[in-house]
Design a protein around this ligand. Structure first.
Ligand code: NAP
Length: 250
């Protein structure tokens, strides 16, 4: 049986999560590719990993549902028998709205998926990886956003606030488990060319925003994945509670 490390990537079926899954597999990780609804996209990532000689599974779970997070982690336990890394990547935006137009349902969904989901996934990972729980240590990488610094006025202040919680989760959890072999870091992507903009009703957002980015172009999912893989690797062995902006200078 392989003793290669195992990585769980939430929202690993598309965009940044898919790029992380593929890059991690290429670097020797076995990968659990989580998806919410798009099974076909997740299976495509898994097939690509397997075709290159790697090992991966697709695992359905809505990270906005606590019971599904538990089942997802049990499926990873059952298939791989260990967990060494978590990339808390699954996240949503919503239609551009002013805060005073937003419904309670929208705000609660945003927080449930982006904040509660990430916290619960991190808790499951700590239960498996922390030496305090008999684990062998590991690494958690949270996907935040430059929206934390910019605030996303007129678009999605609720989203920006949800990502600010991710930054604070990163700092607090990093310090909490620093002596237990678990490192916790985060990435703040800027405008990255993925489907997320279309899901928020602005399919051309990445291209349209280019003039506002110092590098004058959106980023690629692989450019975020590179930073994630740095945090996951032993090269980052003394780095915890850190946050890297991958934003073209924005
Ligand atoms: P994306 O292209 O829209 O992909 C989203 C991924 O998350 C998909 O795999 C999707 O699964 C999954 N997902 C969505 N809701 C989920 C849920 N409730 N439970 C489990 N999985 C769920 O998004 P992306 O642009 O790659 O964004 C990934 C992360 O980066 C997010 O946290 C986002 O906030 C952050 N980010 C993105 C940008 C950007 O410009 N793209 C900038 C800053 C931060 P299905 O395929 O099943 O739908």
């Amino acid at each position: 049986m392989s003793d290669a490390p195992v990585l769980l990537v939430t929202g690993g079926s598309r965009g940044i999560g898919a790029a992380v899954s593929l890059m991690a597999a290429a670097k020797g990780w076995r990968v659990a590719v989580n998806y919410a609804a798009n099974r076909e996209a997740a299976e495509k990532v898994v097939a690509e990993i397997k075709a290159a000689g790697g090992d991966a599974i697709a695992v359905q779970a809505d990270v906005g549902n606590a019971a599904e997070i538990v089942s997802m982690c049990q499926a990873v336990d059952k298939h791989f028998g260990r967990l060494d890394g978590l990339v808390n990547n699954a996240g949503i935006v919503d239609q551009p709205q002013r805060l005073d137009e937003m419904s309670v349902e929208r705000i609660e969904r945003m927080m449930r998926i982006n904040v509660t989901g990430s916290i619960l996934c991190a808790a499951e990972a700590v239960r498996r990886m922390s030496t305090k729980h008999g684990g062998r240590g590991g690494s958690i990488v949270n996907i935040s956003s430059m929206a934390v610094k910019l605030g996303s006025p007129g678009q999605y202040v609720d989203y920006a606030a949800s990502k600010a919680a991710i930054d604070t989760l990163t700092i607090g959890l990093a310090r909490e488990v620093a002596m237990e072999g678990v490192r916790v870091n985060a990435i703040r992507p800027g405008i990255i060319d993925t489907d997320i903009h279309a899901s928020g009703g602005l399919p051309d957002r990445a291209r349209d925003m280019a003039p506002n980015i110092p590098m004058q172009r959106p980023g690629r999912a692989e450019e975020v994945a590179d930073a994630v893989l740095y945090f996951l690797s032993p090269t980052a062995s003394y780095t915890t509670g850190a946050i890297i902006d991958v934003s073209g200078g924005r």
